[in-house]
Design a protein around this ligand. Structure first.
Ligand SMILES: O=C(O)C(=O)Cc1ccccc1
Length: 316
């Protein structure tokens, strides 16, 4: 079977743009649009797709709950790649619609969160409706006359794909907004370390006690592993019970990352490893500074060998 890549569809989503950037040589026939993030996970889990792309977090709105919920609770999949995509929002409508005619605007929840300021200033009386993706919003607006919506906030490519006309460009409140997308694979071989990798995991605390989070963070700090993201999420087991999403610099094949994960495993009720994969921002010049003396990979290996030697009775 040739490769098939599932993504949050329909055609024209930001997720499709992310997939195209991740698989530039794949023919469009291999792209499989899905109506929800959960369906992308399901297609990969069932083996109907080789891999899948979903949004993980946005620089303005934060984590995408549907994705984090699947990563925490669903059958495990591995993150094997990531990409950051700049998101620019355009308001599109059917030909003949003028801005004052727009009473109902449809878009994805993360797009709405990033366009609230513009909507309040320019369409204060319009109702906002959340749909499964920005391209689904554009597709629905195009279904005249039955569409319940007058306009969609979506990518330029989506508006054009569904034959709509732009009413306003750049309707996002933050010009520099970017979204991080992840590529999911079934568990198997990890990507090779590249020297600029990221490791993602979810940690479940054994029980609530003072300093529990400090203990978690200490596992990384003492091994000089930089954390780039920490998000607490409800486990679903009742109010006040959380798990912690963590992204750390480095690959699990590296000694200090591996040891930090072993430390976590010892102190946590459970740790779900989500993957080690190349960082999207590698080469942008803001990677971690060189490891301090005593925390390089060589230092870890040397210390391991030293322990083996003294355990064998060889001193010095
Ligand atoms: O709806 C889309 O086009 C998506 O790919 C999800 C999304 C929505 C808003 C910002 C980034 C990703």
């Amino acid at each position: 079977m040739s490769n098939r890549y599932a993504y949050l569809g329909p055609e024209g989503t930001f997720t499709e743009a992310a997939l195209r950037a991740l698989k530039p040589d794949a023919p469009a026939a291999q792209f499989v649009p899905c109506n929800g993030v959960d369906m992308v996970f399901a297609a990969v889990r069932r083996g109907e797709a080789t891999g899948g792309v979903v949004p993980l977090e946005n620089s303005v709105e934060g984590g995408v709950s549907a994705t984090t919920a699947e990563l925490v609770n669903g059958d495990p999949l591995l993150i094997t790649a990531e990409i950051a995509v700049a998101v620019e929002f355009t308001l599109f409508a059917r030909r003949g619609t003028a801005l004052p005619d727009v009473k109902r605007v449809a878009t994805h929840s993360h797009a709405l969160a990033q366009c609230r300021g513009w909507l309040a200033a320019n369409l204060p009386d319009a109702e906002a409706h959340i749909v499964s993706s920005t391209a689904a919003a554009a597709q629905s607006v195009a279904e005249e006359p039955s569409s319940p919506y007058d306009a969609a906030i979506c990518a330029r490519i989506a508006g054009e794909r569904y034959g709509l006309v732009p009413l306003a460009e750049g309707v996002g409140d933050r010009a520099e907004a970017a979204t991080r997308f992840i590529y999911l694979s079934r568990p198997g071989t990890l990507p090779e370390p590249t020297g600029a990798d990221r490791t993602s995991l979810v940690a479940f605390l054994p029980h609530d006690h003072p300093g529990a989070l400090v203990e978690l963070l200490t596992q990384f700090a003492v091994r000089d592993v930089n954390l780039t993201r920490l998000e607490s999420r409800p486990t679903g087991d009742g109010l006040g019970t959380y798990c912690f999403f963590m992204d750390a610099d480095g690959h699990v094949a590296e000694a200090r990352v591996g040891e930090a994960l072993m430390g976590l495993r010892r102190i946590c009720k459970d740790v779900r490893f989500l993957g080690s994969y190349p960082r999207a921002d590698a080469g942008l010049g803001h990677l971690r500074p060189a490891a301090r003396i005593s925390t390089t990979n060589d230092d870890f290996h040397e210390a391991e060998q030293w322990l083996a030697r003294i355990r064998a009775g060889r001193v010095g």
